[in-house]
Design a protein around this ligand. Sequence first.
Ligand SMILES: Nc1ncnc2c1ncn2[C@@H]1O[C@H](COP(=O)(O)OP(=O)(O)OP(=O)(O)O)[C@@H](O)[C@H]1O
Ligand code: SF4
Ligand SMILES: [Mg+2]
Length: 341
Amino acid sequence: MKWRPSIPPASCCNTVLRSVMTIMPPQAPSALALKNVTRLFDLRQGFFRERKTLTAVNRVSFTLRRGECLGLVGESGCGKSTLGRLACGLLSPSSGRVLFDGRPLPRAGAGSWAAGRIQMVFQDPSSSLNPRRSAYASIAEPLAARNSSRAEQKEKAEAMLAAVGLEGMGSRYPHEFSGGQRQRIAVARALVTHPDVVVCDEPVSSLDASVQAQTLNLLRDVQERFGPAYLFISHDMAVVGFMCERVLVMYLGQIVEDAPRDALFTNAAHPYSQALLASAPSGQWKKEFPPLLAGEPPSPLAPPAGCPFHPRCPKAADVCRVEAPDWKETAPGQRVRCHRP
Ligand SMILES: Nc1ncnc2c1ncn2[C@@H]1O[C@H](COP(=O)(O)OP(=O)(O)OP(=O)(O)O)[C@@H](O)[C@H]1O
Ligand code: SF4
Ligand SMILES: [Mg+2]
């Protein structure tokens, strides 16, 4: 099968999407690097409030190159948002390192040297905007946190309002906008400091299908214009195929495949990636990848020994039950964590 990025995602079928893809050279310098990052959460459960440790992100390493759009896909609960929050300093790793521009990334905050250089766009624009602040004030806020002058705040916030198609609407409040427009404000707010990296966590999944495509196009337009790298989190393979040049597939806290988009969509090497493609709601990849995925993912409180996917994998062999697979390169730029790719 030839994967064609110009095919609109099924979830965005009401609007025709543009199809310009910018393929970043593999040697582009890295903006963000995660090295062996693990994040644990301590929980208290049961009648006796027993203490348990949940591994939300498990020894994850990857590099986000400058200007790249890197996708992160996986089922609900696999750790995507936790990884996104680690990548922008909203959470600290339990172990491992997050490097931004070659330096350890500090916790997000107004005083940090990285403030404004890594931003986040969340799934639900209503909860990420203060209802008592005008669109203009919300967009200017990250500049105010960096002590920009009033004149600079005004100039940049107005330019961003225009860039997201809301020129002249800065004095309105969030409830006066539609869901799609609120997400535009959230995008403007994230981009106003001209960040190097934007973590987009399911930025269109709360929007109506008719505005999903517009919002994806907007995200691509502003990326072309302002040049940030995106870590683009989604559970929708078609959306990731439209937006991203490279994709990480995550399962139970681990990255199990790291591949260029075209390689993944035509020749996914990990049985879990194949299963995700086969079960995409659009049905686009049903022929190439027979449905394989059975049952629910195991609890991250008690991950299986060996390969974490083995209880659901039709290719599982004895070795998979006892030995965690290492990375294997299956094609140039495509690597996979599987004993039998
Ligand atoms: N603050 C927290 N305290 C305890 N457990 C947490 C916390 N945040 C996340 N988790 C747990 O970590 C695991 C990963 O959660 P996360 O939200 O990162 O998954 P996700 O892939 O983003 O899921 P979804 O697709 O539903 O958004 C889940 O089991 C979740 O319950
Ligand atoms: S290592 Fe084994 S169980 Fe895991 S995905 Fe590969 S074949 Fe399946
Ligand atoms: Mg999430």
